[in-house]
Design a protein around this ligand. Structure first.
Ligand code: NAD
Length: 249
């Protein structure tokens, strides 16, 4: 019962594939209605959720355009009447050495990975404060802790995600809202396809993971259900690492 999400609505961004799709399906398996938001279509996620008897709607939006977020949130509210859980998952990465990092690459990453996370959380937070409850879960990264190489904008954005998770938790914990984050380790998705394609790099990363394997999107299901459910009601401002032990090493 602690993990039951029946009657709850979860808005999941970037739910067309990868980690967002798996988390949307996991939340639906726990009983939540899903609002899947993405710039690419979420048809596969919609089909997967309906196949298990779940309820889901989708919204197409480029979340890096901050001026559109209010409309997106209003559309989500109109769909099922409330948003109990917000999962800020949509993210992007640009790989180029710092000395050559183009301004556009920097801003594209910051607009989506940071600015949309803050402003969507703000919209959800206002709604949840009124209702006296809610869960906000943002997807951080190992690069919320480490510097990475050739991804300065991504690293900056993911350190910031960890920071605003704590900042929002401090303000909203007393209002019945739990704000937390999940920091995935190396997971096989589109996002990491270029690393997987580099056999030497892929192997050296795998060798360093205590679990001895990369994560799969399904490894995100349990942690996101936990943070979306009443099982985590006394957790605030925490960044939960789902990394096969990467950071423990
Ligand atoms: P992915 O590329 O497979 O999926 C990204 C999702 O975000 C897709 O649904 C895509 O359509 C959506 N998206 C991209 N740009 C968008 C925009 N402008 N507006 C709306 N939606 C947009 O990536 P993923 O690996 O599943 O990553 C999901 C999250 O997890 C990201 O925040 C990423 O930084 C984070 N993450 C991934 C890994 C990993 O190993 N894959 C590790 C740590 C953190």
């Amino acid at each position: 019962m602690l993990f039951d999400l029946t009657g709850k609505t979860a808005l999941v961004t970037g739910a067309s594939g990868g980690l967002g799709q798996a988390m949307a399906i996991g939340l639906a398996e726990a009983g939540a209605r899903i609002v899947a938001v993405s710039s690419s279509n979420c048809d596969a996620t919609v089909a997967a959720v309906r196949e298990i008897g779940g309820t889901i709607g989708q919204i197409s939006a480029d979340l890096s355009k901050i001026e559109g977020l209010e409309g997106v949130f209003a559309e989500a509210l109109a769909m099922f009447g409330a948003v109990d859980v917000l999962v800020n998952n949509a993210g992007t990465i640009r790989r180029a050495p710092a000395a050559d990092h183009a301004a556009k690459d920097w801003y594209d990453v910051i607009d989506l990975n940071l600015n949309s996370v803050f402003f969507l959380s703000q919209l959800a937070g206002r709604h949840m404060i009124e209702r006296g409850s809610g869960k906000i879960i943002s997807i951080a990264s190992m690069l919320s802790y480490q510097g990475g190489i050739n991804v300065p904008g991504y690293t900056a954005s993911k350190h910031a995600v960890a920071g605003i998770t704590k900042a929002l938790a401090n303000e909203w914990a007393s209002k019945g809202i739990q704000v937390n984050a999940i920091a995935p380790g190396y997971m096989t998705t589109n996002n990491t396809a270029p690393i997987v394609a580099d056999q030497a790099r892929y192997q050296s990363i795998t060798d360093r993971i205590p679990a001895g394997r990369w994560g799969s999107p399904d490894d995100m299901k349990g942690p996101v259900v936990f943070l979306a459910s009443s099982a985590s009601d006394y957790m605030n401002g925490h960044v939960l690492c789902v990394d096969g032990g990467w950071l423990a090493r």
